[in-house]
Design a protein around this ligand. Structure first.
Ligand SMILES: [Zn+2]
Length: 633
């Protein structure tokens, strides 16, 4: 319906443009014609070029004298030639003073016409998205504007015509702005002094004049971020950036991305509501709302991301995906974009993949010393299968990347199969599986075994084929890392067996299963100590007399903490549970022992449950008990 309106307005614009050209000439002629005698200049125009110097009496007298005796006829008052006397054909008797065409007025008219077309289109778009009587305002803008133009066409005076078009476009526009401003939040109002100031600063900045706006607006160019578009196949495409650079919402798009990066968000969600575009960011695994956009601006921002990601902007229902890159302060950050049509609009989520983020090595992930040593032993052994489990967003791939980082990539051939490649690593062959086009982890795994790998990382084991090949590879001299969706290590073990691998094959290949979660770290600047209740400590099996305090985010902070932005948490810490497979456990797996027996054997072997590992962190003041309860249920 938008395009329909626009088309109507555009075509009417062209018709009126043509009318105006006529109007222009008509007005020009009517205003000049009454002033002069048309005959007088014409007389002079017919002078033969050699008739004499300027200021001499009219030449026709002489011409006539040659042909007819002067006494016969009075000289003709109008130029009229007969017989041999020829007028100078290079100078036609066309009226020259005044003229039909005035470039200056034409430009003025075209300017007004463009303004009318532009403002009608804006009112259409803006009122549709804000739902403020769109049909009414569209008809008013069109009707009154068209009437004004018609009147202007018939107006005898240029200035009257100018005033007519100006008023007929400006008045309904003014009333519309008044109505829409009354319905949107302050920041989204237009034509207010503040809005005009912002636009002014931006326009000036575009031509290179920076008059410092205050902090939030920043310099007119917005935050220091450069967008780089990508084609559907993921190649860099700089022309896409040019397409969005001057569109409405570009500055807002930059601000959202910048905001997300300084807040260390991992995802941005744009969620359309009745008249706003809500924005939420996932920071350290938890969604936080940030200031929303009004709907029109929000839709414009969403479209900018779609253009950057080479996604079809006319498709608003079906889910689409794409990607683009942002460069800020020398860092390259990739965004994976996905849209989905929902009730009342189109939702977008942006996954932030920071290529330059330091993934760290295993010792940097904060394992307990004993656990770290066990893990490093497994990572550096020549063959075996290490599985990391946990829900989505539990940091499984971060742990695997850290494990890979600890291996000498120069001396060993490391190949990964991922969906998608989240971080690019030096000297490691990374393969991205395209699950959409029918590729599977299993088939890719089978083919890379022919590439003579030492270490293989498989994104996820979720079918029998992958599980089978991974186990075979681990049994034939490869060190295999992978992940599986399961809540704890014992469940993961049974999950893998349930996929249909033969227990004897699995038992001989598996080296260990690491379950993990990420809990938010308390902000060291503003965390506050408190005395936990004795009965709670008893329940958690903690020594009541030895624990004096737990920590939590401040209940009533005096002022917003600058270190964590008032969230109380900053960064995350892993909570682990490691099941090391020893020979006794191997036998039990082979013999298909029940879960309870496996559990008690693992406990005997020194395995701590995730809750217990987490409580250590709470006692040390790294995280709060509430946060632990949230991530470990
Ligand atoms: Zn803080």
């Amino acid at each position: 319906m938008n395009t329909h309106h626009c088309r109507t307005i555009a075509s009417s614009g062209i018709v009126f443009g043509a009318l105006l050209l006529c109007a222009n000439s008509v007005t020009a002629q009517t205003s000049t014609a009454p002033g002069d005698q048309p005959a007088a200049p014409a007389t002079q125009a017919t002078l033969p070029a050699d008739a004499g110097a300027t200021g001499e009496p009219p030449a026709p007298v002489e011409v006539v004298v040659d042909a007819v005796p002067a006494s016969a006829w009075p000289p003709s008052p109008v130029p009229f030639f007969r017989g041999n006397a020829k007028p100078n054909s290079s100078k036609t008797p066309f009226p020259q003073a005044g003229g039909y065409f005035s470039l200056f007025r034409l430009i003025f008219y075209i300017g007004l016409l463009s303004f009318w077309v532009w403002s009608s289109a804006w009112v259409n778009e803006d009122s549709t998205s804000l739902k403020v009587r769109s049909d009414f305002w569209n008809s008013l803008m069109f009707g009154v504007g068209a009437a004004g133009l018609l009147l202007a066409v018939t107006s005898p005076s240029f200035f009257l015509a100018f005033a007519l078009i100006g008023t007929s476009t400006g008045t309904p526009l003014g009333f519309y702005v008044k109505e829409r401003n009354s319905q949107v939040p302050d920041k989204a109002k237009v034509l207010t002094p503040e809005h005009i100031r912002r636009v002014g600063i931006r326009l000036l900045a575009r031509i290179g004049i920076n008059i410092g706006g205050d902090g939030e607006v920043g310099s007119g160019n917005g935050p220091d971020i450069e967008f780089v578009g990508r084609t559907e196949t993921g190649r860099i495409d700089t022309s896409r950036t040019k397409q969005v650079e001057n569109s409405r919402g570009f500055m807002a798009a930059k601000e959202v991305v910048y905001d997300a990066l300084i807040r260390r968000a991992t995802d941005i969600h744009l969620e359309p509501r009745e008249d706003t575009m809500n924005i939420r960011m996932r920071i350290d695994g938890v969604m936080y709302p940030v200031e929303p956009f009004d709907r029109a601006l929000g839709d414009a921002v969403l479209n900018i991301f779609k253009v950057l990601g080479a996604m079809d902007i006319t498709e608003k229902r079906r889910s689409l995906d794409g990607s683009f890159r942002a460069i800020t302060e020398g860092r390259e950050i990739d965004f994976r974009v996905a849209t989905q049509g929902i009730r009342g609009g189109e939702k977008m989520s942006l996954r932030i993949l920071d290529q330059s983020a330091n993934t760290g090595t295993l010792p940097q992930l904060g394992f307990r010393k004993a656990l770290e040593e066990k893990l490093l032993g497994i990572v550096h052994q020549p063959h075996g299968l290490l599985v990391v489990c946990g829900p989505t967003g539990a940091g499984k791939s971060t742990t695997l990347y850290a494990a890979l980082k600890g291996i000498d990539a120069y001396q060993r051939n490391i190949i990964t199969i991922e969906d998608p490649v989240e971080y690019q690593m030096e000297n490691i062959t990374q393969i991205e599986v395209n699950t959409k086009s029918g590729q599977t982890f299993g088939s890719s795994l089978r083919s890379i075994l022919r590439q003579d790998p030492d270490v293989i990382m498989v994104g996820e084991i979720r079918d029998e084929e992958t599980a089978q090949i991974a186990c075979q590879a681990a049994n034939t001299g490869h060190n295999v890392f992978s992940t599986v969706h399961a809540n704890d290590s014992i469940t993961a073990l049974f999950r893998l067996l349930d996929l249909g691998i033969e227990p004897f094959l699995f038992a001989s290949s598996i080296s260990g299963i690491l379950a993990q979660r990420l809990a938010r770290r308390l902000c060291p600047k503003c965390k506050e100590a408190y005395k936990p209740k004795a009965e709670f400590l008893k329940q958690a099996n903690l020594p009541v007399d030895r624990i004096e305090k737990f920590y939590r985010p401040p209940r009533k902070p005096k002022e917003e903490c600058t270190a964590c932005g008032g969230l109380g948490y900053r960064g995350r810490v892993g909570v682990f549970e490691f099941l090391e497979i020893n020979d006794r456990l191997r036998d039990m797996i082979r013999e298909k022992a029940p879960l309870s027996q496996l559990k008690s054997e693992a406990r005997k072997n020194g395995m701590l449950y995730m809750q217990e590992e987490g409580l250590r962190l709470v006692v040390k003041g790294v995280t709060s008990i509430e946060e632990l309860m949230r991530v470990v249920k």
